[in-house]
Design a protein around this ligand. Structure first.
Ligand code: ASP
Length: 341
């Protein structure tokens, strides 16, 4: 039997409220990057490790929502779990720059207030998403970069950590391979063209989350080490509000992953929410139009997680896989990596 109303005895009379109103939906979706992710290229142990970490991040975020916490808290809880894992390209698992260190980008946006915070090119911050939140809540600015962002961190009591904290053997080997490929490409190309020719796996990887809390507020956040072998202070889309992250209670919340230059030029996150807001499209339709209709024809690769205030979720990508997971009050936890799960 489906229960549709909740009835309470109040002042000697029964008052019934529709269950939908009594139980406000909560929802969360997360991603750990999109790209050339093939089942055949992963060992069962690697696949299991990724799935387990995604599930852990999802559960941490969902637990916040279940306890009545805010969508911002849920987004930060999920993202910090992934930032602390060497499996994903953010903080602990960040890729290397061309010069052999790590430069981290992150951003967060509150759909209720349209406040946002971002950090770009930070090198000594253990949790870039947490610093992005401090920028949003404790500074009059939206985006802080490099040394200035770290000075702000210090002023907020955030300890600076050694950049070596983000070192991993796997990413170091990936850098060497990327440099070899760049050298081959550069025989007849300049740096920019050589980077363009790098295979997609060197350009992608990021973590992100979008959430809806029981107060009807949505939020989005993204954190990344960016692109392997990046140089000249390259900043991707992840800390750019409207490109890699966007949230507005009147439309949707988006966290993106993919070839950042395309996501910036096509204003991907904001474009998806604009379609939801002005055209009345569903999050699934808007995400499909932008990822498959706009980005694919111009060669932009990647994906997005999108959510609206009703708890509708879209997990859309034009690559062979995207590490992803979702859960809402009306659908159980789901973790997936490849196109067909
Ligand atoms: N979008 C990130 C960047 O370009 C990378 C990624 O999400 O895969 O820095």
């Amino acid at each position: 039997m489906r229960i549709t109303a909740l009835c309470l005895l109040m002042s000697a009379a029964f008052v019934c409220v529709p269950l939908q109103a009594a139980e406000r939906p909560v929802a969360i979706a997360i991603h750990g990057g999109a790209g050339t992710i093939e089942k055949s290229a992963m060992t069962p142990a690697q696949e299991r490790a990724h799935r387990e970490k995604l599930r852990e991040a999802l559960d941490r975020g969902y637990a916040v929502l279940e306890k009545g916490g805010s969508s911002l808290d849920a987004v930060v809880a999920a993202i910090t779990t992934l930032e602390q894992s060497p499996l994903f390209n953010a903080a602990k698992g960040a890729v290397y720059t061309f010069d052999g260190h790590h430069e981290l980008d992150a951003s967060i946006m509150d759909g209720k207030t349209r406040q946002a915070g971002a950090v770009a090119g930070v090198q000594h911050i253990e949790s870039p998403i947490s610093l992005a939140r401090l920028v949003m809540e404790k500074s009059p600015f939206v985006m802080l970069a490099g040394d200035g962002a770290e000075e702000f961190a210090r002023s907020q009591g955030v300890p600076l950590v050694d950049n070596k904290l983000f070192d991993t053997k796997r990413r170091y080997e990936q850098l060497q391979k990327a440099k070899d490929k760049l050298k081959q490409e550069r025989k007849d190309k300049d740096y920019q063209a050589a980077v363009q020719a790098l295979p997609t796996p060197y350009k992608v990887g990021t973590v992100g989350a979008v959430a809806l809390d029981k107060y009807g507020n949505i939020a989005a956040g993204t954190s990344t080490g960016g692109m392997t072998a990046k140089r000249y202070g390259r900043i991707g889309d992840s800390p750019v509000i409207g490109a890699g992250t966007f949230a507005d209670n009147d439309s949707c919340a988006v966290s993106a992953t993919g070839h950042g230059e395309y996501f910036i030029r096509y204003n991907v996150a904001a474009d998806i929410c604009a379609r939801v807001r002005y055209r009345g499209e569903s999050v699934a339709q808007a995400a499909d139009e932008v990822i498959n209709g706009v980005l694919t024809p111009v060669g932009g690769t990647g994906g997005v997680i999108v959510l609206d205030r009703k708890g509708n979720i879209a997990l859309t990508f034009n690559t062979s896989g995207m590490y992803r997971a979702s859960r809402s009050s009306s659908s159980p936890a789901q973790v997936a990596i490849f196109k067909d799960n």
